[in-house]
Design a protein around this ligand. Sequence first.
Ligand code: HEC
Ligand code: HEC
Length: 557
Amino acid sequence: MFRFIAFAILTCQAQPLRSLKTVPVPQVPGLDEYVRDRGVLVALGKAFFWDMQAGSDGRTACASCHFHAGADHRRQNQIQDPNHPFPANLLLESPVFPLRKIADPTNRNSTVLTDTEMRIGSAGLFRRMFKAITEGEAAERGDEALDAPSFAIGDLHVRRVTARNSPSVLNAVFYERNFWDGRAQRVFNGLSPNGAAPGAWVIRDGRLERQLVGLDNSSLASQATGPILDDTEMSYAGRTWPQLARKIYALGPLAFQTVAGDDSALGPYARIGGRGLRDGISYLSLVQAAFQPKFWEYAGSVDDSGFTQAEQNFPLFWGLALQAYQSTLISNDSPFDRFMEGDQGALTAQQREGMQFFQQQGRCTTCHGGAEFSNAVVGRNNNRAFQRTGVRPAGDDRGSGNGNFKSIGLRNIELTGPYFHNGGQSTLEQVVDFYARGGDFANNNIRAFNASGAQRAALVAFMKSLTDDRVRFERAPFDHPELCLPDGHVETRPGVLLSALLPQFPRASAERWAGIAATGASGNKFPLQTFDELLNGVGNDGSRVNTMTEPCTIPLP
Ligand code: HEC
Ligand code: HEC
């Protein structure tokens, strides 16, 4: 009885945990004014997401940083520190973590052994200024620009790296606002992440005019318009939307990547026994099939820029297609979901004990509540969506202000290390120690708690029950085209890079490319590797998938 009362008081603000199958996917009111075929829209979004031709270098996709359970899984050249020099091209190894090490992990006031403001981010592009596209070619023309000393060794550059860790895109459709700081607005304006609206070009009475766009529940569309023009993530500095559109429309979708014939969204379009999509399937034909004609049918130029209506409206198409695809990436069939649906055997005794600790002594549900394990979701009015938890001092990264970050969802968390906005912890055990000691830096939100070794292990075991096997084995809808990834740069001896010998880019260093095979609806035979396994080489014998040891077999131009 006493226990029950204590439970009720501690969790009075928390949303009860439940199966994600009970939560409807947020719908976009008024979408039909723009979209005429939602099935084609999803296929288009999946092609956009995985197509390496989208990046200015012709080799960088959204998926390059979101290919592994929706997150990144690379080992080398993944660090960044906006405020201090840092070692370029560092190979991440187990002893690097946690980034802040203290003598007694149970006591946050114990002696600090090492600390760093460094973040584990994601490698994007080399620093270059946009010059022009060459129609029919994925690689754009650019001028090399001198980068910060930390993105270089000697005269040679490495790819730039983001200043925050890549969160998973799975289940992101449930967030009211995306990004760690929530800056991708819930209302999509057809052009940018910012919400306030320039709009789209439409035909009315035979004439073109600009119409405001204000689509609600569309943070994913707002988000998608960010990285594609960002000069760290996907773009040479200064590329514009219509230039990107002209490039994309002239390319065969996924031209260099194989697509499985039974891919859950792209299968019907796949070129069997070859690369890319079938003859006759172009990005323009997919746009025309997916969107209402009034957004693309005008034959002349919109203005004296010479760009067509379909080119000018490309950010609208890009945002809505990527949102539609990512809205299908919902992992609602984990052992936890099955347990909540009444299958008592779905969780082990240890996981059930961990679940109780998660809700009670751990107070985790105050911020990671409901079916989404996050408070920052559509339709939940509360003030615990963005919280300061003392991962870093607020001055390192202000987040949404004052060092607040999104109370991010925990589904498939086993597969998406390293953790937190700075990627500072490599294992869930380290995360649990972090919470038990009340966080690493000043905050008013995390209360330290006592937990035995067995209780900590139970908490970890519970978090592992949030993995959906369709994600673990990349089954539909989590199947995907082939991909190649740059995973660090070649060093001939420690600290010496090798030139890529590109006449137009003399500072480019040679890279190591890792391959990811295409999977179809039935997925892989072996599970995805965890980040800790990556650091320790577990699964390189073929018993794990995405070990970054498979060669790239795409004939990159
Ligand atoms: C170079 C790596 C990189 C590329 C390429 C990239 N992203 Fe991301 N993505 C990130 C990082 C880092 C963040 C977190 C940034 C932040 O919150 O400030 C992020 C955040 C996101 C989020 C927000 C998830 C959340 O929980 O808030 C979504 C959704 C997403 N990316 C989708 C995309 C899409 C779609 C594309 C292609 C248009 C893309 N990303 C390209 C690195 C990348
Ligand atoms: C006061 C709100 C709050 C409480 C209570 C809380 N969290 Fe969090 N959690 C957050 C926020 C905010 C983040 C992101 C913090 C950051 O990256 O700076 C986070 C991040 C995480 C992450 C990393 C997610 C990722 O994708 O990197 C894990 C794992 C996690 N929390 C587990 C827990 C567990 C287990 C508990 C209970 C012991 C707990 N949290 C309690 C707010 C909270």
